[in-house]
Write a protein that binds this ligand. Structure first.
Ligand SMILES: Nc1nc2c(ncn2[C@@H]2O[C@H](COP(=O)(O)OP(=O)(O)OP(=O)(O)O)[C@@H](O)[C@H]2O)c(=O)[nH]1
Ligand SMILES: [Mg+2]
Length: 217
């Protein structure tokens, strides 16, 4: 079955771009935040709701996240059209992941495709507002599709001496096991890194050209 793995919102994009570096598979990232998308080493990127947020993100508002997904339904359809099974990965608690994932899941299900979501729930030290946003989104998702949710607290409890970065790395390892895709060969990893560096050089060259233009004015 042809499978696409989509990261949504800051956390989802982060996890998926790390998976893309390790595994052979089809990956994409979706966000309301254009600067976050720009920073990612991944080919398939979709900015949703551009005319609603101007690419500036939802300001932690799930309603805006949902509107952005609805506005970009056509592009989402285009993104998933060649696939039969789609995994959606996100951190719940912010505006994009919590608001857009349920809408995107519904859109994809509407095309008769299989959808599975893998989400994280906020640390208990995050605000009650974030916890509530996450629980509302989780409930919505559970009514729609297969959900694999794990609490960030549980993860840290099992690794009390680790840093947050190591905790997120552990989530990534869990995702690697869950997705069960073949690993990239060493040669492929090097090729990917080279391509990413070339892309970064092009981006910096463009930036320099823009700055030089401004200086001349
Ligand atoms: N798995 C994982 N979770 C994260 C990471 N960073 C933050 N989180 C969690 O994900 C939740 C959502 O944060 P983001 O993904 O930044 O939010 P967003 O979906 O981009 O939403 P807005 O930026 O508010 O539009 C946070 O409340 C954290 O609990 C990460 O790198 N990996
Ligand atoms: Mg964000």
């Amino acid at each position: 079955m042809k499978t696409l793995i989509i990261g949504i919102g800051g956390a989802g994009c982060n996890e998926v771009s790390k998976l893309n570096q390790k595994l052979k598979g089809d990956f994409a990232v979706v966000d309301t935040d254009s600067r976050n998308l720009e920073s990612l080493d991944i080919d398939r990127k979709l900015l949703i709701g551009e005319s609603i947020t101007n690419g500036l993100g939802t300001g932690s508002d799930p309603e805006t996240g949902a509107k952005c997904a609805t506005q970009s339904a056509g592009e989402i359809e285009e993104l998933v059209k060649d696939y039969e099974k789609i995994y959606l990965i996100a951190g719940l608690g912010g505006g994009t992941g919590s608001g857009a994932v349920p809408i995107i899941a519904r859109i994809i299900k509407g095309f008769g495709k299989k959808v599975k979501t893998i989400v994280t729930l906020p640390f208990s030290m995050e605000s009650p507002v974030r916890q509530n946003r996450a629980m509302t989104a989780l409930e919505e998702l559970r009514n729609l599709c297969n959900v694999y949710a794990f609490k960030l607290d549980d993860l840290i409890r099992r690794m009390p001496n680790s840093t947050l970065a190591e905790g997120f790395e552990e989530i990534n390892n869990k995702l690697v096991r869950e997705l069960n895709l073949p690993e990239r060969s060493e040669a492929e990893v090097i090729e990917l890194k080279k391509r990413n560096m070339e892309r970064e050089i092009e981006r910096l060259k463009k930036k320099i050209r823009e700055l030089e233009k401004v200086k001349k004015q």
